[in-house]
Design a protein around this ligand. Structure first.
Ligand SMILES: [Mg+2]
Length: 147
């Protein structure tokens, strides 16, 4: 059949290119505490990140599945239902396509002795709760992220 009326050309929709110039880095905050997620998300947004949130490791893996390599930083709590922080970390490290993903474990003082296991499993850094924006920036700089 013939072609329809003259095609109106629309530029392809690329919502991610709305921010011309610098690309906004995407961070994923994983914590079963909604309050902690809110605090972390707010801090990361202040630092210029686009933020995704997940309430446990299973949700985090779903977000990663959707976002693929768009997420460059994961901040993960340790104790969470379904899939905890360490298990999440291990599963992320099994994905070769995510080799440049930075994972920072967020821990409480009582879990500090478990951080050796997290570092061994491939965590880039850990940060202890409660922490300030300055401490978070410092930790991110340690892993090569300069917000
Ligand atoms: Mg927790």
């Amino acid at each position: 059949m013939g072609r329809g009326p003259a095609a109106v050309t629309h530029p392809p929709g690329h919502p991610q290119s709305v921010n011309t110039g610098e690309m906004m880095a995407k961070a994923l905050v994983v914590d079963d505490s909604r309050a902690v997620r809110m605090i972390l998300a707010r801090t990361l947004k202040e630092l210029g990140f686009e933020v995704r949130e997940a309430a446990n490791g299973r949700e985090a893996l779903e977000v990663i599945e959707t976002e693929k390599t768009a997420v460059s930083l994961v901040l993960a709590d340790w104790n969470m239902p379904e899939i905890n922080g360490l298990e999440l970390l291990k599963r992320l490290r099994q994905k070769p396509e995510l080799s440049s993903l930075v994972v920072v474990m967020v821990t409480t003082e009582t879990e500090l002795d478990q951080m050796a296991a997290a570092l061994e499993a491939g965590a880039n850094e850990y940060v202890m709760k409660p922490f300030t924006k300055d401490i978070l920036v410092e930790k991110l700089q340690l892993v090569g992220i300069h917000p």
